[in-house]
Ligand binder design. Sequence first.
Ligand code: BG6
Length: 483
Amino acid sequence: MKFVKKDFLWGGATSASQVEGAYDVDGKSLTIADMRPFNPNLDRKSVSELNAYTREDYEKSIENKEGLHYPKRFGVDQYHRYKEDIALFKEAGMNIYRMSIAWSRIFPNGDEAEPNKSAIEFYRSVFQECKDAGMEVMLTIQHYDVPYPITKEYGGWSNKKVVDLFIKFSTVIMNEYKDLVKYWLPFNEINIATLSPVTGLGVFKEDFKTEEEYKNAAWQGLHNQFYAQAKVIEIAKTISSNIEMGCMVANMTTYYSDCNPVNVMENLKFQQMERYFYYDVMIKGKYPTYSERYFEEHNIKFETTPEEMNVIKNNPIHYITFSYYMTSTISKELLEKAGGNLLMGGKNPFLKATEWGWQIDPIGLRVTLNELWDRYEIPLFISENGIGVVETLDSNNTVEDDYRIDYLSEHFKQMNEAILDGVNVFGYTMWTPIDVVSLSTNEMSKRYGLIFVDYDDYHKGTGDRFKKKSFNWFKKFRETGEL
Ligand code: BG6
């Protein structure tokens, strides 16, 4: 089968805290990502690792008297090896690289009067390298790496002062890079805010007296991000018409577990609040009516001003991007068991899952694309999709990752079907073109890349890069368009 769209962006995605390393270079501050240790006893199927540490644990990591390993301080050393990586991405046939920029390098404390010049020049060189390699850049402004000084001083995103710091940071980088970076995403997976407030907002549970206050702080943080994003879009219009602003949502497509109308209804409610809610706010520019009932019933309170709501209304995103790894199922029984806090959803007997319990569902991607297009009719972009597997180099210094080739090609085929259905999808960046440190479990051994990186979970190894079988498969696909 030939992929139908010729004019399409094909590439890969990473994030600063998962690839860069160089955590102590040029005045960079520590981020919350740099401060969560590797847990050798982790349960791969559990989602609790993201929320398992207290503010005290984070504080202790600064002196690190226990000698723990903090994988995101080292990443895969892309800070020093970006030229080599970009050359490999070019060779694979990528025409776009989605990456993120570290706030902690540009404004280490968040509130400096001037940005860090050497960090500004560092990213300029990276973007220029991409341009020279014929690649567009899609830049995430904040990807799970709130600088720790901002959480310490201001308590993270629930404080409206952080909005101003973020707007200043975003304005500086848009002015600096407007000619080198076309696609911008203010926040990675904006919906993580209420699921893991420390990860998305730098908000710590220990700073609140009650669960209720903590929950409301997370919703306040989310609202502040909605507003900050809209404000950045407003400012972008005054900076350059080259800037295209999108959003990024961790897409949570779920199916009802059976045709019992009770479960159909539960799934509808789940889809409204866990998926559509985010797009609705960022595209329709207001809090949807179904959310008002949800806030009331869950006693959720946060402060909005008419001025903020006006900015949100007048500055919708230009396109949607989302991450898509899996689907799951929803039933009343399951929701009751999980106490409403469901990140992974229920099992689907028709799907296989990875070692981490992520259920692989290429057709669900076509479903998702159709649903989003029908509802919003703005261009769509898949900004993350891929499969994490434990891998080692074989005697030929490669990895025969046929499962990854299957995973990617099945998703590409469904994307193709969606395009034939009439959906406007304009690009795809796989997670990831190169092995990186895992976001949730902090492992290096959970590998997603077309390129193998010789580091283990403790950052031991040469760091050298090796092409997997999927690298050559992707390269050929880019040359022929054949699936
Ligand atoms: C997305 C994140 O949620 O999933 C990435 O945006 C992350 O940062 C990716 O790496 C895969 O998750 P994990 O936990 O397997 O690295």
